[in-house]
Design a protein around this ligand. Structure first.
Ligand SMILES: *Cc1c(COP(=O)(O)O)cnc(C)c1O
Length: 429
């Protein structure tokens, strides 16, 4: 399959180019040239299937035969190696728990898959690939752990010294192998600028392969469509037509993947994009005008985005027609006050502990489900990742899972550097 730029339908690239470049040269986002509609026989096959089985059947349409099917099947099985269960919260609402991966957030799904796709192209293109990622915390851990030990790919994480939490820092500084962490004297924006400057350095790029692993990369968001279909595999088929899927959203990569599955014929009723106080998207649905805003800091901080980078993809999927988009997607915003109250009430009434992001999703379903509808919200991170907030509002002690706790006993290893990108050049492969 070929991929076009959201800025220009006539600009097309093959899979390898789209994955290794991330962004199109005109700064547009790559989209699949066509989204196949899967037949009824496929949807009848879904119940009871695994992530790996569904992943292969969905994703082969986009990734094969650029990657041969037998090889691709192995990559998919290897990437989706942890459970994504649907857990009942009350009679009408269930949680899709996406936090059972190595770094306890849904970003593990995309990062693990992207790592394997990049490694495939590194193997067959010769040169090693350098993945550069600036992080303010969570992206660094998912990318570093997703790419850990992947042959011929080298990961370089840049993070602001003293400005990420201890636990976040340990998740990407204790790994070793093909992961190097640079502790930058500066702020997150310095790290991001250094990455951009490295990408723009023509001499460096003439000699080395540099790429990025953020959510604009199509091989990071597309694999996320698999868990939407895998959720159906766990829900009785007669309920699918009444199902409302609620996605806590920041950069809108996650909901884009759900909407791709919908365009492939996923037989569910509708979607909700639940947001925190950063409400550019619900305002857009109301007015038809897209007006980016500076981001506001909230309790659900992984969704603190004032100009969602995947907005162009969401709009593109509905032919850039806001009325068509409104038929399928609605959106609601929740303040920190309501996030806290939701964590409290869901725990008190139903004994389920939400993280602040999942709480936004639960609240939007609770307030907006109609009679006869059933709701599924994406629980995007483990409550232990936001332990202070969750313990405060739930009044419960949150256990730190062993795979998170194990980082606490690791030894931090980082390269302390000034905020100049030249300092990372000597470690590029
Ligand atoms: C990244 C993230 C989100 C937002 O996902 P998008 O794809 O950016 O919309 C929500 N919750 C958590 C915990 C995250 O880490």
């Amino acid at each position: 399959m070929k991929f076009y730029s959201t800025n220009n339908k006539n600009h097309v690239a093959d899979l390898k180019t789209a994955v290794l470049k991330g962004l199109a040269p005109d700064k547009g986002l790559y989209m699949p040239e066509n989204i196949p509609v899967l037949p009824k026989s496929f949807w009848d096959w879904v119940p009871g299937r695994s992530m790996g089985e569904i992943g292969f059947e969905i994703l082969k349409h986009f990734f094969c035969p650029d990657i041969p099917e037998d090889k691709f099947k192995e990559m998919v099985e290897d990437a989706f190696n942890f459970p994504v269960p649907v857990v009942k919260v009350n009679d009408q609402i269930s949680s899709l728990e996406l936090f059972h991966g190595p770094t306890l957030a849904f970003k593990d799904v995309g990062a693990r898959f992207l790592a394997r796709v990049m490694s495939y192209f590194a193997d067959f293109g010769g040169k090693p690939i350098n993945v550069l990622a600036a992080t303010s915390g969570d992206t660094g851990s998912a990318v570093a752990n997703g790419f850990l030990g992947v042959p011929n790919v080298y990961v370089h994480i840049l993070y602001p010294s003293g400005l990420v939490s201890k636990l976040q820092e340990l998740q990407f500084t204790t790994l070793g192998q093909n992961v190097t962490a640079y502790e930058v004297k500066g702020v997150f924006d310095d790290c991001q600028r250094m990455v951009k400057e490295a990408f723009m350095d023509a001499d460096v790029n003439a000699q080395k392969v540099l790429t990025s692993a953020n959510s604009i990369n199509l091989a990071r968001f597309l694999p996320q469509s698999v868990y939407y279909v895998h959720a159906l595999a766990q829900i009785p088929q007669e309920k699918w037509k009444d199902l409302v899927i609620c996605v806590p959203s920041g950069n809108f990569g996650d909901i884009t993947a759900g909407l791709v599955a919908y365009k492939m014929g996923m037989p569910v009723k509708r979607f909700i994009a639940a947001v925190n106080a950063n409400k550019v998207f619900p305002e857009f649905l109301a007015s038809g005008d897209y007006k980016p805003q500076p981001s506001i800091h909230t309790l659900a901080n992984a969704m603190d985005v004032g100009d969602p980078s995947n907005f162009a993809r969401v709009f593109e999927l509905f032919g850039r027609n806001v009325d068509e988009l409104r038929k399928v997607v609605s959106s609601y915003s929740y303040t920190d006050d309501l996030i806290g109250k939701t964590i409290t009430s869901v725990c008190d009434k139903f004994g389920y502990v939400c993280d602040p992001h999942g709480a936004v999703g639960f609240a939007a379903l609770q307030d907006n489900l109609a009679d006869g509808e059933v709701g599924l919200f994406l629980e995007t991170a483990h409550p232990a990742k936001f332990i202070d907030t969750v313990e405060k509002f739930s009044g419960k002690k949150v256990e730190i899972p062993a795979r998170l706790a194990k980082f606490l006993s690791g030894t931090k290893k980082s390269v302390a550097i000034e905020n100049d990108y030249h300092n990372i050049l000597s470690s590029l492969k």
